[in-house]
Design a protein around this ligand. Structure first.
Ligand SMILES: [Zn+2]
Length: 261
């Protein structure tokens, strides 16, 4: 009897030791991570399904390869100014090698959604519809800073968010909004939990939906970290897509539909 009690105590002590050991490891790992200004907005994984597992290659000095996610605005679809393209420092269109692959997690831009259009030539973006229509709240796909709020030529209400992740600049673009979230302004830091606005049908749109794109404008112009020349990037992206450039559909695998983020 005494021996059995001793055995139980022994097991308990061992289990507790292992538990605290693991907790200590976890704390030290968490503490040792350093973040820059943007990454100091730490990701929260609680109750959030990851949207996409992006296999992206980081810009590499040797072959200059970089994957991108791009899109086009409606007004760009029939007006590619190919000869205006400036050469950039990547040449390859091949799949990244294993060692270059980096796993990134992006989050779904809406709580509920069904993809109604996939990226293709002339439309390098996802169109997302929702049974909740214009009641559907739009969230950033990663933490970042609101970089622009504007209407395009057709009146589409647009917001873009700048992300800086592991040294790579990204801009996500959300188009056709019905309205912005209250208190949204350019320069505001936003997390994946902060509403940007509501799904809508503004601009050249045939039904309430979100036109969503994620892009890295520095591929077009290495100095354009903030995507100030979005249209230039879209022309470029389409031109490269026509050439068989390894693009959005391959980089980002969004589910066809989802019911919660
Ligand atoms: Zn679209």
């Amino acid at each position: 009897m005494k021996e059995k009690r001793y055995e139980i105590m022994k097991n308990l002590v061992i289990s507790l030791s292992i538990f605290f050991f693991l907790v200590a490891i976890d704390l030290s790992v968490t503490k040792s991570q350093s973040f820059d200004m943007y990454e100091s907005l730490e990701y929260e994984y609680i109750n959030i399904k990851d949207m996409t597992t992006m296999n992206t290659s980081i810009k590499n000095q040797n072959n200059g390869f970089s994957l991108w996610i791009g899109e086009t605005n409606a007004q760009e679809e029939n007006s590619f100014v190919v000869n205006k393209l400036t050469p950039v420092d990547f040449v390859s269109v091949r799949k990244p090698e294993e060692k270059q692959e980096v796993r990134r997690i992006w989050y779904l831009p809406t709580e509920q959604g069904v993809i109604s259009q996939y990226p293709r030539y002339g439309h390098v973006a996802y169109d997302i519809i929702s049974p909740r229509g214009s009641a559907e709240v739009i969230f950033p796909v990663a933490n970042g800073v609101v970089s622009s709020m504007y209407r395009d030529y057709a009146g589409a209400l647009i917001v873009t968010v700048y992300h800086h992740i592991n040294g790579v600049p990204y801009t996500s673009q959300y188009v056709h909004l019905s309205r912005y979230a209250e208190g949204l302004y350019v320069g505001k830091e936003v997390t994946i939990h902060d509403a940007l606005g509501y799904m809508g049908n503004t601009g050249r749109s045939y039904g309430t939906h979100l036109h969503f794109a994620l892009l890295n404008c520095s591929l077009y112009d290495p100095n354009d970290y903030n995507c100030s020349d979005l249209n230039g990037f879209f022309r470029f992206a389409n031109y490269r897509l026509q050439e068989g450039f390894y693009g959005l559909g391959n980089v980002m695998s969004m589910p066809h539909e989802w019911y919660s983020r």
